[in-house]
Design a protein around this ligand. Structure first.
Ligand SMILES: [Zn+2]
Length: 243
């Protein structure tokens, strides 16, 4: 919400009034609420994750407000503001969804394959005082990984992948401010939740077991340092021809 406000200021400064109207609709809609003590409503997103947020927006950062609420003390207020600001989910509010995700996240094998694409090489043509750009296309072969054992052009190399999880605990520093402490990467959110009771929405990543690092999908076309987009053609990165 804070980001949106900043953007709105910018948009208003630019005179983008129509855009502003489009952007705010839906987000600023609030529910009528008769509860007069401090409370937080349950909010659920489309993947089934739950957060308790002390707001009345019908929709908030991809989460839909539910009527269900919990009463909070003034002491809780600071913590719930912090959970909101850092996009943290309480594991206890999301046990079933987490277990389901962990069960689905089984180790898997990936297969390396080759693919070829046509790399555009820009050519600037000079004709008297004017110039224009055309492209020639050079075939280039790259490699990536797939879970499809029947993919075309497999190289015969495989790698085993697994999932690793990160959860968090919140402590206070010497000034009484909250500090977010990530867990070491582990295999089970539920087993470590007493010590690390929070997660963020992206609480797991895929690890390549062969060299125990993040499974990267190298050699993607967009990672090619020689790849040049049409709009970034300059005299320096193109061939230059005089007609
Ligand atoms: Zn309410």
């Amino acid at each position: 919400m804070r980001n949106l406000k900043l953007n709105l200021k910018k948009l208003i400064a630019l005179g983008g009034v129509t855009l502003v109207l489009v952007t705010t609709s839906g987000c600023s809609k609030k529910a009528d609420c008769n509860i007069d003590t401090y409370h937080a409503h349950e909010y659920i997103n489309s993947s089934g994750y739950t957060r308790y947020i002390d707001k009345e927006y019908l929709e908030y950062e991809g989460y839909q407000r539910q009527e269900k609420s919990i009463n909070l003390s003034e002491k809780d207020k600071e913590l719930y503001k912090y959970l909101d600001k850092r996009n943290l989910l309480r594991i206890d509010d999301n046990i079933d969804t987490i277990i389901e995700t962990q069960e689905a996240n089984q180790n898997f094998t990936e297969y390396r394959y080759a693919y070829t694409y046509l790399q555009p090489i820009p050519i600037i043509h000079h004709t008297g005082k004017t110039s224009h750009v055309s492209f020639i296309f050079v075939p280039r072969t790259h490699y990536s990984w797939t879970r499809d054992a029947n993919h075309s052009r497999l190289t015969g190399e495989t790698r085993e992948c697994t999932y690793e999880y990160t959860s968090y605990k919140i402590e206070k520093d010497e000034n009484g401010k909250f500090v977010l402490i990530p867990s070491p990467e582990h295999k089970n959110i539920i087993a470590t939740k007493d010590e690390f009771p929070y997660i963020k929405e992206d609480y797991y990543k895929v690890i390549n077991l062969t060299d125990s690092c993040d499974a990267s999908y190298e050699d993607m076309e967009t990672d090619d340092p020689e790849h040049i987009e049409e709009e970034t053609v300059t005299e320096d990165n193109s061939l230059s021809l005089t007609n």
